[in-house]
Design a protein around this ligand. Structure first.
Ligand code: PEP
Ligand code: CO
Length: 448
């Protein structure tokens, strides 16, 4: 690790998971072009998110981070963005009501394009080609031309992020996020889902609370909190050239911010202590996440905290554990103990998706909702017994009616997976599975 940080200092460190660009000069030209374009988010927004995450860190709020595994250039549409936002807002209302706590809403959206891969190549019928690394790099179609890394895609990712963010800002400020409206969607879910009846009590409670507020004169007209929500963006900061090109000095604070998203996270495959990803992210002021999986030792995690949050600022760092339902009870407690003893303030979040992936007999990469819920449940009870605040949930979902994960009230089975298996990468919870998860967690947290 170098002492002097600059937006380019990561270039002296080993960088995992970077594409094999065929023409480095073309990459530099595109990155120069991006560095001349406007920032996607403002430093002040990232600062506000950091303050809200400090509340999560202190046990006074929850974090819901959710969205696509990988956004697609082909699936960009207003309806898809609306549906993803809608399900996240619905989940947040259920959680807020049950816990009485604000829910900080962060999408895996408007920049979640780059994917780390377990293997750099993929072989089909004796043909070996580079792996698909997300639409910001190449195309999943299995042909040499599609799999070649194309730097023009960096620019397309920037523009798609800008138009997605533009619509999100309109939706969250323009009345779509009206609390009564979001609640009416939840009432629809309760009325129509086979699991819905179970959640009627929570839904009825929200109906009464809204009626009470209305009777007291709190309405969307005189209270913007009923009409608007804060919604933040995040993605895995994987392609460091792209992140560097969007890193700017904030004129208010004089500090560096990566203006590609409000929050950035480091993946399980790129969190090496002396690696380029930690080096780059330690120097930007945005709130950061780091995935923590089975290969992380307690000592590694403490070092990650030291590098990414040397001043121990609450809200700066979220540790996102993703061990799998069968491993979390053994793997999480020693890490929590080590971080607590070292005195690092972190937001503890759980990604119950990535440790529970398997290939089903029909050949689909999938996850079972039962495993997802089991890991989350264990995460909450482990933290409760250790006296730490289990503040965050990180999930891959879509507002669409896909069949990618097994289980749920609609009992998606292995035979159903092919019906609407649309993800480009990992299997996502569909809208109804996501709401089931939120209502179930809401119920559990109410009892805590
Ligand atoms: C992801 O969040 O999409 C991902 C690849 O996660 P992880 O780095 O935890 O495997
Ligand atoms: Co994923």
């Amino acid at each position: 690790m170098q002492n002097e940080w600059s937006p380019t200092s990561w270039r002296q460190c080993p960088a995992e998971q970077q594409p094999d660009w065929p023409d480095e000069e073309q990459v530099s030209t595109v990155l120069k072009e991006i560095s001349d374009l406007p920032p996607l988010v403002f430093a002040g927004e990232a600062r506000t998110l950091r303050e809200q995450l400090a509340e999560v860190c202190n046990g006074k709020a929850l974090l819901l981070q959710a969205g696509d595994c990988a956004e697609s250039f082909d699936a960009l549409s207003a309806d898809a963005i609306r549906d993803n936002l809608k399900v996240i807002l619905q989940m947040a209302v259920a959680l807020t009501y049950s816990t009485g706590l604000p829910v900080v809403k962060v999408g895996r959206i408007a920049g979640q394009f780059a994917k780390p891969r377990s293997s750099p190549t993929e072989t089909q019928d004796d043909l070996e080609l580079p792996s698909f690394r997300g639409h910001i790099v190449n195309d999943p179609d299995f042909s040499a031309g599609s799999r070649e890394a194309n730097p023009r895609r960096l620019l397309q990712a920037y523009h798609q992020s800008a138009s997605t963010l533009n619509l999100l800002r309109a939706f969250t400020r323009g009345g779509f996020a009206n609390l009564a409206q979001v609640h009416s969607w939840n009432q629809e879910f309760v009325a129509n889902s086979p699991a819905g009846e179970h959640y009627r009590e929570i839904a009825d409670g929200i109906t009464n609370a809204l009626a009470f507020m209305k009777a007291c004169g709190v309405t969307p007209v005189n209270s913007s909190a009923l009409n608007e929500v804060d919604f933040y963006t995040s993605h895995e900061a994987l392609l460091l050239g792209y992140e560097e090109a969007l890193t700017r000095i904030d004129s208010t604070s004089g500090k560096w911010y990566d203006c590609s998203a409000h929050m950035l996270w480091i993946g399980e495959r790129t969190r090496q202590i002396n690696g380029a990803h930690l080096e780059f992210l330690r120097g930007v002021e945005n709130p950061l996440g780091c995935k923590i999986g089975l290969t992380a030792t307690p000592n590694d995690v403490v070092k990650i905290c030291e590098v990414l949050n040397p001043e121990s600022i609450p809200g700066r760092l979220t540790l996102i554990s993703r061990f799998g339902a069968g491993n979390v009870e053994e793997s999480l407690p020693p890490i929590v103990d080590a971080v607590t003893s070292a005195g690092h303030p972190v937001v503890w979040a759980c990604d119950p998706m990535h440790g529970n992936t398997f290939t089903s007999s029909s050949g689909h990469k999938t996850r079972h909702l039962d495993d997802v819920l089991a890991e989350l449940g264990q995460f909450f009870s482990i933290h409760q017994s250790l006296g730490t605040w289990a503040g965050g949930i990180h999930v891959e979902l879509t507002g669409g009616n896909v069949t990618e994960c097994l289980g749920g009230a609609d009992k998606v089975s292995d035979d159903d997976l092919h019906l609407r298996y649309e993800t480009m990468c990992d299997p996502r919870l569909n809208a109804s599975q996501s709401l089931e998860l939120a209502f179930l967690v809401a119920e559990q947290l109410r009892q805590v």
